[in-house]
Write a protein that binds this ligand. Structure first.
Ligand code: SF4
Length: 350
């Protein structure tokens, strides 16, 4: 069933008295995730299995399992990849040290780092070169933060909360800049930056938002829907920063209850007792098929009507990495990217 079919079915069922689903848009795949998944799929088609992938290509269990079935081998570290083999670096980015290890092991690398993460890496390098103290707002231990931190470890300090700002020690309070992880809560980050500015009034801002368009748009849609629903369901994995933030944003925006699930099977009927309207969204690494399964589950349990609430239309797309494009061209394969799937969603069932 296509997404359109889902909506049509619900419209034809609108005579049924019952609950309603408010479906956030934008939701699901962003341009960086779409590209990263496409990189692995195209690498498997072009070079054949196995293709190694360092870390989860995107933080979604279903995507990782689907690619594993197709011949991708996910490893935690580059030294687990056999000498000379091919490895894809995930959308979250890697530090220069990871590139160095890969070169020592003669690995053929394909870098699927999202260009918007690369932008933050470049900022870190530039400000380190200008000898700033760099405050990286983000979650310690998250892969993206590790990658950005690795660009200039002597210059960067990571802060996760406004309270942590109080413990910072910098060399010169007049030469401090902040940058951030791309998938944070916009409002929480603002609080942390406000605290930074109180401590360092000459704090320098990054040249443009580091929290990416996709994160901001998904949070924006949730903010509009949350006050209108009794329960919010966010589809996304526990290690997906932007999905977890959507739950936070929903709760902060007034929804009485919000749940994050990986898939429809995790839904519990008691969550919806007495609810008339359910909000539904998905993180930037979530294929649309998982959302459709949640819709079907809810429709079978008294929520026949689906109303999509669109707050932004996204048109961003990213080209494949240059080396992969070039190999595709040599093999006579045209780089036609299935952009439409960002809104329709890939099934990944093969
Ligand atoms: Fe890129 Fe933003 Fe998507 Fe992360 S969430 S992959 S930064 S577009």
């Amino acid at each position: 069933m296509t997404h359109d079919d889902t909506l049509r079915t619900s419209e034809s069922d609108s005579r049924v008295e019952g609950g309603k689903i408010l479906l956030a848009a934008p939701r699901g795949y962003c341009a960086g995730v779409d590209r990263a998944v496409d990189v692995v799929e195209k690498a498997l088609d072009l070079y054949g299995a196995p293709v190694y992938v360092r870390k989860e290509i995107v933080h979604n269990k279903f995507v990782v399992e689907s690619l594993t079935k197709r011949g991708a081998i996910f490893v935690q570290e580059t030294d687990q990849v056999p000498e000379g083999a091919r490895v894809v670096f995930s959308a979250h980015g890697v530090s220069p040290e990871v590139h160095a290890v890969a070169a020592q092991r003669h690995l053929a690398t394909i870098d699927a780092t999202c260009p918007l993460v690369t932008k933050v890496h470049r900022e870190a390098v530039r400000y380190a070169k200008d000898d700033y103290d760099i405050i990286l707002v983000g979650h310690e231990g998250h892969e993206e933060v590790e990658g950005t931190f690795g660009e200039a470890p002597e210059h960067i300090q990571v802060v996760g909360t406004p309270e942590e700002v109080d413990n910072l020690v910098v060399r010169d309070p007049e030469r401090v800049v902040w940058i951030s992880q791309t998938t944070l809560s916009v409002d929480e980050t603002r609080q942390t930056v406000d605290r930074l500015r109180q401590r360092f009034p000459k704090l320098v801002d990054p040249p443009s938002d580091d929290i990416c368009y996709a994160t901001q748009n998904r949070q924006g849609a949730v903010k509009v829907i949350a006050p209108q629903v009794d329960v919010m369901v966010v589809v996304g994995s526990a290690n997906s920063s932007n999905s977890v933030r959507l739950v936070d944003v929903a709760l902060e925006s007034g929804v009485p209850a919000a749940y994050r699930i990986d898939k429809a099977e995790e839904l519990q009927e008691e969550w919806f007792t007495g609810a008339k309207t359910v909000g539904l969204t998905s993180g930037a690494s979530v294929p649309e098929i998982l959302v459709r399964e949640v819709i079907s589950w809810l429709q079978e349990r008294g929520f026949p009507t689906v109303e999509e609430v669109r707050t932004e239309t996204e048109t961003t797309t990213f080209a494949l990495p240059r080396d992969l494009r070039s190999d595709l061209k040599k093999a006579g394969q045209i780089d036609v990217r299935p952009h439409a799937r960002r809104t329709a969603g890939p099934d990944h069932t093969s």
